[in-house]
Design a protein around this ligand. Structure first.
Ligand SMILES: *Cc1c(COP(=O)(O)O)cnc(C)c1O
Length: 415
């Protein structure tokens, strides 16, 4: 027997240890489309309940937008369900190229290549474009998919302290002997909700002759006055060498990602990036939906404007109620608990009050940094947020944490 009882027992023991540490992640089944109000089965097997969703990446509220759904239906009818092929064999339709061109125009780059996901874009990019003569210098809080992509690449790896421009400058000086340098960062950091200092990074990159890579998954569609991303937000539109981003968040929320940037870098990905060469093309139905998303956000900034208002309003409500927040100016508003079990208990109690949010803890965030990451959407109306804050206050009172600062919360966490 290959899966011997001793082997099974080892895994069972590991899983029990995860549970005992309060770190076990269970699923909740959603019985409705993704939106600001969803129907959730939790615990599994219990009755489905309606609640306010405050933890989706559905920033622009387009995941279930009727026009996007209609466009996806039309795309399904016109181009079929799937390609049964990777892009370079027989998986590229005219609409794939159309979407790439539209993304290029939206992001203000030279060219774009679609990937099955942004995880895949990040997994494929570095190996395709850099080698042992180069160096990758990454912010220490970049997304896991960037970390994995860097691991697959033979270039020297280095990091700088999160958003520490002095440290980055030291690293750039240190690596002047390399053929080329690439500074690698997220645009908006997903766990803390803070924004990259992109103008400073671009200035340093110019001074020290480096390329700049930004993963704008948590920014594309809403950061910046017209929602182009952190490069627009930070006043360096058109100056970023490589942007990776996802269609799985603000841009409709289905799936798919891309590498967008300098023509030659994108072409190298088309030649060499393994997830592009060896994984299926984005389904036509998703391409058709994404084209409609770009129509909608190109025609009006109403959605990103509403999102901005919602985020500011929600942040104010939480602060006033006495929660400990991570500072920032994005629709990601982390409520800090530090203690993994408290974050989980709090999320469960919120659910009982009709608010759906999830506790985040190690390994998604560092140990002792547990939190509930709330995320705003243009699909939230003021009444959703007013109802949600009442639930937060009630549960906060129950746990006796309203008005406690970081120090007090951390002291309780070890107690
Ligand atoms: C969500 C996310 C990804 C992964 O995107 P997918 O398209 O879902 O694979 C990559 N990078 C960052 C920064 C993300 O937030």
């Amino acid at each position: 027997m290959a899966f011997a009882d001793t082997v099974r027992y080892r895994y069972q023991t590991d899983l029990e240890a995860i549970k005992a540490a309060g770190l076990f992640k269970g699923e909740r089944y959603i019985h409705s489309p993704q939106s600001s109000e969803i129907e959730v089965e939790f615990p599994i097997g219990s009755a489905v309940r309606k609640c306010i969703n405050i933890c989706a990446n559905n920033y622009l509220g387009l995941s279930s937008h009727p026009e996007v759904i209609a466009a996806a239906h039309a795309g399904l009818d016109a181009r079929g369900y799937g390609m049964s092929s990777v892009r370079f064999i027989c998986g590229t339709q005219d609409i794939h190229r159309e979407l790439e061109n539209r993304l290029t125009a939206f992001l203000g780059t030279e060219d774009t290549l679609l990937f099955p996901s942004c995880m895949d874009a990040n997994a494929g990019f570095f190996e395709a474009c850099l080698n042992e003569q180069d160096v990758m210098i990454a912010d220490r809080l970049v997304h896991a998919s960037i970390v994995d992509g860097m691991r697959l690449c033979k270039a020297t790896q280095d990091t700088y302290k999160h958003s520490d421009m002095g440290h980055l400058e030291e690293k750039l000086q240190e690596h002047q002997d390399k053929r080329s340098r690439m500074v690698i960062t997220d645009g908006v950091f997903s766990m803390d909700g803070d924004t990259v200092k992109l103008a400073d990074i671009v200035a340093l990159a110019e001074k020290y002759n480096a390329m700049v890579f930004v993963d704008d998954s948590h920014a594309t569609g809403f950061m910046g006055k017209t929602g182009r991303g952190t490069h627009e937000h930070c006043g360096v539109f058109g100056k970023i060498d490589v942007i990776t981003t996802t269609l799985g968040k603000a841009l409709g929320g289905a799936s798919g990602g891309c590498v967008s940037g300098r023509r030659e870098l994108v072409e190298m990905c088309r030649q060499r990036a393994r997830p592009y060469l060896f994984s299926n093309a984005v389904a036509p139905v998703i391409v058709a939906g994404a084209l409609k998303v770009l129509d909608l956000i190109g025609a009006s900034t109403d959605r990103r404007d509403k999102l901005e208002w919602n985020a500011r309003y929600w942040r104010g409500l939480l602060k006033e109620a006495g929660f400990d927040l991570k500072e920032g100016d994005t629709p990601i508003v982390p409520v800090m608990f530090y203690d993994a079990k408290l974050a989980q208990d709090f999320a469960r109690d919120l659910f009982d009050e009709g608010v759906y949010a999830i506790g985040f803890f190690f390994p998604v965030v560092p140990k002792g940094q547990a939190r509930i990451r709330t995320q705003l959407s243009a699909a939230h109306e003021k009444h959703h947020l007013d109802a949600a804050i009442e639930a937060f206050k009630k549960v906060g009172k129950k746990h006796g944490i309203l008005g406690l600062g970081k120090k007090e919360l951390m002291a309780r966490a070890v107690a």
